[in-house]
Ligand binder design. Sequence first.
Ligand SMILES: N[C@@H](CCC(=O)N[C@@H](CS)C(=O)NCC(=O)O)C(=O)O
Length: 309
Amino acid sequence: MSSIVVYHYVESPVSQLVRWYLALREIDHSQCLQPMTRPRPDVAILGVGYRLIPLVAIDRDIFCDTPLILDELEARTKGQERTTPKVTAGDSHERFLRQWSTESVFPAVVPILPSNMPMLSDEFLRDRAQLTGPSLTRDQRKLLRPMGLSKLRQEFHFVETVLLAEDQLWILGTSEPSLGDLYAVWPFAWAISIPGALDGRFVSIATERSRAIKVTTVNGENARQAILGSSFRVDAEVFDKLDPCGYRLDSLVEVSPTDWGKNNPTRGKLVGLSVQEYILEVEEKSGGALRVHFPRRGFALKPVSTSKI
Ligand SMILES: N[C@@H](CCC(=O)N[C@@H](CS)C(=O)NCC(=O)O)C(=O)O
């Protein structure tokens, strides 16, 4: 049984999706709770520069970015091949729901957050300005809110008239909630949970399934020790030497997201490369090697020059 540590903070909607996933699949895990703003020393001591939350350590491998985290957990749960998974029509439907909720629904929720929300403190806005550029003023936020509400109404309408057509209870027509429901519902559930974000005209489609899974809270140092005491998912990762970009095995590189968080790359030795993933070996605080996994979709790799001249 693998040891799983989820680095997250409770207000993070994307982390909520990962935690729901673990509940749905009844996977025991530990959580290492993080502050909402940086610094996050528990992450820094792992040698990971990537600043976004969640991160999930599965034994000695650390996975960044929620879609990759979920794909890895799902592949392990189903005992699937990672490079050539056997995708069924149901899986494709789930993937569509994940992409739609992440890329279309979630961006509509951000502008509807009430500007007096306690989470949006000056410290929080300063911290996020490093990530996304200068924050919007309160007046600019007010102007964007109607657009966000209108977009969200369209998405609710889509759920009610298309995804839940024929009055079915769960999106994939199952008798119980499935992964498709989690993917579809997470940004709506987040919006509904924020006082003042939505009003009573919106129908709650949020659902949460509570399961008797064991969640232990660990501090950063104990999490690091647990990670160091476990093994890599495989001895040597696959490295695609025919990759069109010509990246070299064991070369020093930096990987960062292409949307936001570009200023916080993770530096390490490129030890794995496939159509889906970049895998970097990084040095944690005491010099031990960990492997950090990034998806290629939405992330860029830059070779680091080691020349002295
Ligand atoms: N593409 C990332 C996005 C993660 C993300 O945006 N996380 C937010 C919290 S929900 C975050 O970390 N914000 C900035 C920060 O906390 O420093 C994923 O899917 O995991």
